[in-house]
Design a protein around this ligand. Structure first.
Ligand code: SF4
Length: 224
């Protein structure tokens, strides 16, 4: 089956409704930094704590004690790396723009240039910002999108961020890309999970080059 048809089955099966993000620009960026190298549950815990204990806006972050921010970020791990990144982001927006709403007045190129100079903000965070806050027709590649694309053979195992995004965007029609991003994430959380993917109930198992490997492993485990 053609890769675009496989993706369409996944998108239809996941029944994605939500395709916009109504949080502030700063919150979107901070949440993406917190989510680096951790799962969604831990990210949610840390974001909730940060909102409750400090507030998720530039002024509150800059006024807060670093130790207090660290406490909030502990559930998401790597807090010694993430906290300085969040503080640097808040400082840079405050010092260079004055107000995060100025981000809305910048062109995409200016945003990419501004954000990519901040340590810890890479292409995924920038793409998420452009897709969620500006509705740009791109497919940000997170850990789920990457894993699913590779298992399905749409991307190669050695492919990096830009190669995977390019390969997906070549097969997903314009206007469907953000929805596809959400669908692949949901599929990666529910079905094609990092450990023990649910291949037996997968809607595309007959067209997945990895299914044999996982199914035979699962059969072996069951017979032990
Ligand atoms: S068959 Fe298994 S490995 Fe392939 S996409 Fe489905 S869940 Fe993932």
């Amino acid at each position: 089956m053609e890769p675009n048809k496989i993706i369409k089955i996944i998108v239809d099966e996941m029944k994605i409704e939500k395709n916009v993000n109504d949080t502030s620009a700063f919150e979107t960026l901070v949440t993406t930094i917190i989510s680096q190298n951790t799962n969604d549950k831990n990210t949610e815990k840390a974001v909730k704590l940060l909102k409750k204990e400090i507030g998720l806006d530039i002024e509150s972050i800059l006024l807060a004690k670093r130790e207090k921010i660290i406490e909030c970020l502990k559930p998401a791990g790597l807090y010694n790396i993430k906290v300085p990144r969040i503080i640097e982001l808040a400082k840079k927006i405050k010092n260079e723009l004055g107000d995060e709403r100025k981000l809305d007045l910048m062109s995409d190129e200016e945003i990419i240039d501004f954000l990519s100079k901040i340590k810890g903000i890479g292409p995924k965070t920038i793409d998420i910002f452009l897709a969620f806050k500006r509705g740009r027709d791109i497919i940000p590649v997170d850990t789920h999108v990457s894993r699913v694309s590779k298992r399905l053979g749409i991307a190669d195992k050695k492919d990096g961020y830009f190669e995977i995004r390019k390969k997906l965007e070549e097969i997903v029609p314009k206007g469907e890309r953000l929805k596809t991003h959400f669908a692949l994430i949901t599929f990666g959380r529910r079905v094609c999970t990092a450990k023990d993917p649910k291949c037996t109930m997968c809607p595309v198992k007959d067209n997945c080059p990895s299914s044999k490997q996982f199914l035979s492993y699962q059969r072996k485990v069951e017979t032990v």
